[in-house]
Design a protein around this ligand. Structure first.
Ligand code: GDP
Ligand code: MG
Length: 171
């Protein structure tokens, strides 16, 4: 097959913001509250079509190592995309995205596409971060922005379409 590109996507952000759930929803189309972060392999692959091209996305999850920021440099080596996730119902996780983004930029500069993702939009009455705040922060850091709900299956496919589109435009 022509034009098959391999791209490494790493998921970062505080524990329990929904990184594993977003990956699970995208890969398997379900939301499993019992799912534990032990995938058992380094990454999962998914092929995306964009116009006449095929993109193989390698999704790298973290399994609790998020607590150790020292993981970032080795983890994001060779990555094309860093997906930085926060929980819209937990302001602190949003504030903490700054350090994740800065860490990624320090390591990979502009060689990486950064995507800021506000997850758990289904928690309407618990929301602590507005869509504008998320959007502004993404602009400030030169990142793409998307809000999702892994639980509701909201914006999960569009998130990966947006990423694929950005990969295409980056070449
Ligand atoms: P991770 O530590 O970032 O990988 O987070 P997980 O994917 O393990 O999710 C942490 C918790 O948040 C679990 O109890 C999930 O069921 C829950 N969760 C994940 N995504 C959503 C979401 O979109 N909405 C709601 N309400 N809960 C979610
Ligand atoms: Mg996880």
């Amino acid at each position: 097959m022509e034009n098959l590109g391999n791209y490494k996507l790493v998921f970062l952000g505080d524990q329990a913001v929904g990184k594993t759930s977003i990956i699970t929803c995208f890969m398997y189309g379900n939301f499993d509250t019992n799912y534990q972060a032990t995938i058992g392999v380094d990454f999962l692959s998914k092929t995306m079509r964009y116009e006449d091209r095929t993109f193989r996305l390698q999704l790298w999850d973290t399994a609790g190592q998020e607590r150790f920021q020292s993981i970032v440099p080795s983890y994001i080596r060779d990555s094309s995309v860093a997906v930085i996730v926060y929980d819209v119902a937990d302001k602190q996780t949003f504030l903490n995205t700054s350090k994740w983004i800065q860490e990624v930029r320090a390591e990979r500069g502009s060689h990486v596409i950064v995507v800021l993702v506000g997850n758990k939009t289904d928690l309407i009455h618990k929301r602590q971060v507005s869509i504008e705040e998320g959007d502004n922060k993404a602009s400030e850091f030169g990142a793409l922005f998307m809000e999702t709900s892994a639980k509701a299956g909201f914006n999960i496919k569009p998130l990966f379409c947006k990423i694929t589109s950005a990969l295409q435009g980056n070449e």
